[in-house]
Design a protein around this ligand. Sequence first.
Ligand SMILES: Nc1ncnc2c1ncn2[C@@H]1O[C@H](COP(=O)(O)OP(=O)(O)OP(=O)(O)O)[C@@H](O)[C@H]1O
Ligand SMILES: [Mg+2]
Length: 240
Amino acid sequence: MIVASGLRKIYRVGSMEIKAVDGLDIFIEAGEFLSIVGPSGSGKTTLLHLLGLLDAPTSGSISIDGMDTAALSPKQLTRLRREKIGFVFQEFNLLPVLNARENVELPLRYLKVPAEERRRRALRALEMVSLTDRADNRPGQLSGGEQQRVAIARALVTEPVLVLADEPTGELDTYNTCKVIELMRDLNRDTGQTFAIVTHDPMVADYTRRIVSLRDGRIASDSAGPEAALECDAGAGDIR
Ligand SMILES: Nc1ncnc2c1ncn2[C@@H]1O[C@H](COP(=O)(O)OP(=O)(O)OP(=O)(O)O)[C@@H](O)[C@H]1O
Ligand SMILES: [Mg+2]
């Protein structure tokens, strides 16, 4: 489904050249459930932004469903991204003036979905992340973990074929981490949606079917994940 080859992203800051992604090849098939791990600064977010068509590579190519993305106009790229890709940002990127439901509705607004259907689908997505009762709260009135779950609902609301999630459980306790991964894994199994999840958390990586490990902007290893069984028990200290 996604084929990236010779992918490079070089940032220039003053006279410095930072090779954030440095000649990387990756093939992600439809229906995969994979994690991307690696030390801080190894290029995980940069890679996710490239694969999500949020950022253009310095060189190299990305094709999605056999379509070379370099051949697409900015307008076509935007449409492809809005229709097919759901993105969970490392810093959430929620709009502070909108409440949780309105934030989740945003991608549907861009797709020109009628208001009533938007509201219904946004509430359903919030229900999936157990936040129905916080729908009217603005991000500033939510905890970090709750904001993260709103960001996840926003990524899922369009039912994208590909979900790219950057540290989607970074702010969550063990119980909620388990619930979020369980939700993603169920969606992956039931709908065939593809998930690529960046994580620092070895437990999260262990739940996935494939673990891609980055180092200095390159793939250091790419192997089968244990796909550990999920049992989400609320333990001491966890907030439901
Ligand atoms: N906009 C930018 N301008 C300059 N350098 C950047 C920019 N974005 C990222 N970098 C650099 O590129 C490298 C890779 O960054 P990236 O954010 O992809 O790492 P990461 O693996 O996601 O790290 P973390 O685990 O801390 O989120 C880092 O050295 C970073 O400083
Ligand atoms: Mg990052």
